[in-house]
Write a protein that binds this ligand. Structure first.
Ligand code: ADP
Ligand code: MG
Length: 403
């Protein structure tokens, strides 16, 4: 009997033509070695951290700026360089990077830190005191330790965390712990406890948003390494840069636009990425960024957003005293009341109005809602809330998770 040798089905996928040379290099996770337009910030962090190489504590730094302005990649880059250099020179300097979106309490942050420093041990379930001691011991062996707390505003008990890490230095003989806190939330700093603020913000560093020309240059450099020669038209790069510049100068959006545009070109079997693909990618990227953000929100913030979406769909248009109809406009108070009902319905506890207000102000900062003070023309003083996005999609995506 004759045997037919069939081609493996993946062979076809591998042979498909593609516009990419190395697709990994155009994902937002990739940290490029070159970070144009951030020399000043790199230098400033570097100078401050250089103290650790002389056996001294670095100042705590607070880094802030809008999403996608390079805070994470710049800080990671400088830390990588520091640790590499310290290792090569045999200097006792160490550090770790913690994303507080996923490690959102003092305990979790400390666990994550000791886990990084003692990778072969498992600290899950150990008491906070034990974990604290472990961290202190690590530094007390003469190490200058730098802990990066990215998206530090996500830590529930951030005042306690900063206090504990700062005070730890009193217990450490030779060695130190310093912090780099990073936040996209420009209001976070002003809401800190004064003592936390003065500890954390010994040194402050603002990252300005990128403008369209800067984004163009960032994308151009990235295109050269990630795409095949001449695969991306210059006008497509300009268009991506212009879109992202309008979205508050966000390099992540810019990078994602070109990535998705490239994928679309591949799908069509086109050898070029043109304006068309960028336009088509735009809606998808916007949606992707929004849903990524929702995905990583704290549980109750999601429920507040869900409630806003639910009420936006259910509520009849509101009439102002002047008789003007306003569709999808909600009262802050009614949203809170409804949220309490929704949370209970899902078998969850509820957060206080203080947290509720904090969540609302963050949702506004993320551009998911707009709020206005009622001012005159309405009974009493309240805030109006309006969803800035299609309610059904949000409603369905959150509901899936809780049902
Ligand atoms: P932030 O932390 O401020 O939100 P990131 O550091 O995550 O922003 O940057 C988002 C993405 O944009 C990064 O993954 C990186 O690919 C890209 N990026 C940001 N700044 C630069 C830069 N100066 N040069 C090259 N790429 C950059
Ligand atoms: Mg970041």
């Amino acid at each position: 009997m004759q045997q037919t040798i069939k081609q493996n089905i993946f062979e076809k996928a591998l042979q498909r033509p593609t516009v990419f040379k190395d697709k990994n290099l155009i994902t937002p996770h990739h940290i490029p070695q070159e970070l144009p337009f951030r020399d000043k910030q790199i230098e400033e962090i570097m100078h401050n951290l250089a103290h650790t190489l002389h056996g001294a504590k670095a100042d705590n730094i607070f880094v802030y700026g809008v999403t996608g302005c390079g805070k994470t990649c710049v800080t990671k880059h400088v830390m990588q360089q520091l640790i590499e250099f310290a290792k090569a020179k045999n200097v006792p300097v160490d550090g770790c990077y913690i994303n507080c979106r996923t490690h959102s309490s003092k305990y979790r942050v400390l666990i994550k830190a000791v886990q990084e420093f003692y990778p072969s041990e498992n600290f899950m379930g150990y008491s906070a005191t034990f974990v604290h001691e472990k961290l202190i011991n690590y530094a007390s062996e003469g190490r200058e330790v730098v802990i990066v707390l990215d998206e530090i505003d996500m830590v529930k008990d951030v005042d306690d965390l900063v206090y504990e890490l700062t005070r730890a230095n009193d217990e450490i003989g030779k060695g130190s712990i310093s912090i780099i806190g990073i936040s996209n939330n420009l209001r976070f700093r002003d809401n800190l406890d004064p003592r936390t603020k003065s500890s954390l913000c010994e040194h402050e560093l603002v990252f300005p948003p990128y403008n369209a020309e800067e984004l163009y240059e960032i994308l151009r450099q990235r295109t050269e390494v990630a795409f095949k020669p001449k695969a991306v038209q210059n006008s497509a790069i300009s268009l991506s840069a212009a879109f992202a510049a309008k979205e508050s100068g966000d390099a992540r959006t810019a990078v994602m636009l070109l990535l998705r545009a490239g994928e679309l070109a591949d799908k069509k079997g086109s050898e070029k990425v043109s304006d068309d693909e960028v336009m088509q990618a735009k809606c998808r990227v916007e949606e992707e960024l929004i849903f990524n953000m929702i995905d990583t929100m704290p549980k109750h913030q999601k429920l507040v957003l869900y409630t806003i979406a639910k009420l936006s769909m259910e509520k009849k248009p509101m009439k102002t005293l002047a008789g003007v109809e306003r569709k999808g406009v909600l009262f802050s108070g009614e949203v809170y009341d409804e949220y309490c009902g929704v949370a209970k319905g899902f078998g969850e506890s509820t957060v206080s109005t203080r947290w509720y207000r904090q969540y609302i102000s963050e949702l506004e900062l993320y551009g998911l809602i707009t709020t206005t003070a009622s001012g005159k023309g309405m009974k009493g003083q309240t805030r109006f809330i309006k969803l800035g996005y299609e309610p059904r999609r949000i409603f369905e995506s959150v509901e899936k998770e809780f049902k």
